[in-house]
Every structure is written in C-alpha cells, then in structure tokens.
Design a binder for this molecule. Sequence first.
Ligand code: ADP
Ligand code: ZN
Length: 515
Amino acid sequence: MTKNTDLHSILKTYFGYDTFRPLQEKIITDVLNGKDTLVIMPTGGGKSICYQLPALALSGITIVISPLIALMKDQVDGLNTNGINAAFINSSQTEAEQHAIYDRVKNNDIKLLYAAPESLSYLESIFTNTEIALIAIDEAHCISSWGHDFRPAYQQLGFLKNRFPNVPVIALTATADKATRDDIVNQLNIPNATQYVASFDRSNLSLNVKPGVDRMQQIVRFLENHTNESGIIYCLSRKSTEAVATKLLKEGFNAIAYHAGLGHEERSTIQDQFINDDIQIICATIAFGMGIDKSNIRWVIHYNLPKNMEGYYQEIGRAGRDGLASDTLLFHSYADVVQLRQFAEKTSNSEVQLAKLERMKQYSDALTCRRKILLSYFGEYLEEDCGNCDVCKNPPQFFDGTIIAQKALSCIARLKEQEPIGTVIDVIRGAQNNTVLEKGYNHIKTYGIAPEISWNNWQQYIIQLINMGYLEIAFHEKNTLKLTTLAKAVLFNNEKVPLTKPTDVKIEAPKKTVE
Ligand code: ADP
Ligand code: ZN
C-alpha cells in the first residue's frame, strides 16, 4: 500500500481545515498503520474525517457501510463537492447505474464507496477484483441489540474481517455504552480494536428537568426567555407534534410540526426553512434531526420522556453545536413512563429496552448533578458537579417528610394496595369523583386526610417514595401501588423519611387521572 502521510496537507487541501480535532489525528494514524479501531464521538464531533482522510491517503478503495440511503447521498454529494471521488451503491439504482459504478471502481476512479449493509451482495464483484484499503462501518451501534437502534442486517458484517483479515476496519458511532461497545467489537471480529472515546461532555448545554404538568404553559414561559431563538420540541407521537405546533401558533409563535407522515418534499422544505431561520420552532418526532447541520439551535425541549439515554443525548446534542450556551428542558411524566413501558414490553429485546427506560427515568428523577449521571452512562466520570444543570443550580432541599409519607402509605394500605397513583391521591385529598364514590372510598379512614397539599405535589411526593423504595408500581396489575418492607418500617416503627420540596410548577385544581 502506498501512503501519503502528510496528513495536514490532505486535511487542508480536501477539507479546508488547519488543525485536527481531539483524537482525529491519533485515530487516522492508527488506521494508516493498519490497526482496527472503534471510534465513539458525539454527533458533530468529526467522525467522518477519521475514515475519509485515510481513504485519500491509502491506495485502493474504502468501503463505507452506512444505514441510511438518504444520508448516503448527501455525504457523497458533499465529498464530490470537495473534489473527492465518492459514490454509493444501493437497491434503488438500475443495473446500468450499478455497472457504471463497477467500471469507475475498476478504473480506480472512486476512493470511497458507500453501501447499506443490505446491499453487500452488490459488492461481490468489487470484493473479488479490487484492492480494498479500508472498511468503515458508520453508525456501528446498529449491530448491537444492546444499542438503541438495532438493525439485523448489521449483524452479517462480521464476515468482512474474516474475509479481509489484512484490511483495517474502523467502526464509528455517536452513542454506545460500555456493553454496546464490547458487543460491537466482538460482532465485527475486531476484539483488539483500539477504542477511542471522545468526551461526551457538552458543557454549553444546560440540563433541566421539570414535572410534566401544565406543559404548554411551561413551554410558553420558557419561550418568553428565548425570543427568536431556534429550537426543537420533541414529542412522542405525530399527533402531539401537531397539537403542540397548533397551540404555539395560536400563542403567536412561529412553529410547525414535522414527522415521518409528511411527504418527502414537505419535510425538506421545512428543514430548509428551519436552517434558514424562516421557521423558529420545530415540533417534531425523533424523525427530525438526523443529518441536519444547523449550528445555532439554541434550545431543545422534550415534551415527552425519551425511551433511552442515547436518544435523549443525541436529541439535546442538536442544540449548541456552535459551542454557545444553549438550554435543554425535559418534561418528566409518570404517564409517559407507563406508556413507554408498554411499548418496550412489545419489542423483541424487551429486557434491554426496559432497563434502558429505567436508566432514563432515574436520570429524570435524579437528586444529584444530572450531567454526572448522563456522562457516567457513557462511561465518563466528572470529578466536580457541573454547575449547569437544574440540580446543581437549585439543590434539592430535604425536610422531614415522615408524616406525609405515613399518610400516603397508610392510605395505600387501606386501599388494600389495589389502586394506582391517581386514585390514591384523590382519596388522600378527599375528591368526590365517580371512582372514589362508587367504590365507597369516601368511607375509609384516610379519606381526605391531606387536601392542603396540591394534587401535583402529592404526585411528586409519591414518586419520591417510589424512588426511595417505599413503594412499587405493579405494572402488570393496572399500575397499582404496593407497599414494600421499607414502607412497613415507616408505618409501624415510625422510621423517618426525608423528602424534597416539589419543583415549583403552577398548581391546578384536582384532577381525576394522572396527566
Ligand atoms: P459526525 O459524523 O461525528 O457527526 P462530522 O464528521 O459530520 O461529524 O463533522 C461535523 C462537522 O465538523 C462537519 O461540519 C465537519 O466538516 C467539521 N469538522 C470535522 N473535523 C474538523 C476539523 N478538524 N476542523 C474543523 N472542522 C471539522
Ligand atoms: Zn450539574
């Protein structure tokens, strides 16, 4: 293999940059020395150059495996604009188009060839007749059922190393916890790959979590502090993207809904308008954001709880790519957890999905620095608290919550542990709705023992009791609340229970059910 190792001049000539970002040069040097590597770098960190530059420096062709045909085209166009010969091959092309590419490969006219894992069969003749310089596997987390975006077709990629033992493999991803990383290198048959993990700390993003009550009012208040600043509101469903956008329009904001149900053209128009600052606010499902390069997104709101930390990190990471201060706000709702659990239980790897959801929930419930929790998920440990999350800025204030806890726990005992959180709160507060009256709960001893505490605050207290292990939610028994042995110590031995003051959100009239 001939090598052009003047890396800086290639960086300047083809990419227009004077210096490498952290880790890029080390990774590239490893690749040029024929080593296998696994690169974990946040979105926008500069992964592409780690294989694009070696592709230019090495003789032969670099095969890039990438999951999305749509993104492939953009990348190839971008490379061609920079004077780099690149192409993609996939099932959407005619035979003639594919042959044209084979011819170019034969004539050494292509340095980078992109393909989806499903299209590997198209590469057979290239594999047999061509010098392969490097194999790059983008979005490598897709190989692992531990990852958050598992694609079965990725699992066949392990054969590449067996077939080309002397060709270096570089696997890249923006999100992979430790278990996923180990799974990636094992499945790709590159167990000795050097793992490069760039820092995931995006200290310019403020991290905030609020209870998911009166979300629209909270959003409007938030937006009043972000006049004319671009941002994204992520919602769980298409319907809610539209509902949120409609409400914001009514309030006079420049907002629009975006989801996979819109036509291709409509979506790309919206993207362009957003990038050009003609639209301020996108209310989107997670379909929005992949491949969008807008550096001045100033805030991201999660209307619903994301289903895992990887998704959450990736979505908030779309804010502040220019390095300037940006705000993120996550609404944490108990009803979302219940719904996401139901989704997770229906997936083929439900245990993994449920464990990931649990981590997400723990993050939202956290009483310690959130950034520490977020980074530790990715295997990175902060020495000091970050100072830029809501917990750091407003540390929780504990008080003696024993009496509150006793009231809740004894009410649950008297309801024979047969009711979910909403009914428990209604009974404690003496609500007069159908469920309560029909079941005769107005006659039990704990009915109406604490109406002075608002519905929302009761909800927060009970969630704290769940998180501290005094209560459990029986997800398979209509989400009823069950007492644990810890609860019995509070009820019968007068054990003390510290609680924290509820987050300040506007207090509403009692509700019948949880939002
Ligand atoms: P990723 O694939 O990790 O999300 P990209 O490879 O798309 O990130 O890079 C993100 C942005 O950073 C791109 O606009 C890219 O051109 C730019 N970039 C990459 N490396 C450098 C560098 N060494 N100096 C300046 N900009 C860079
Ligand atoms: Zn913090």
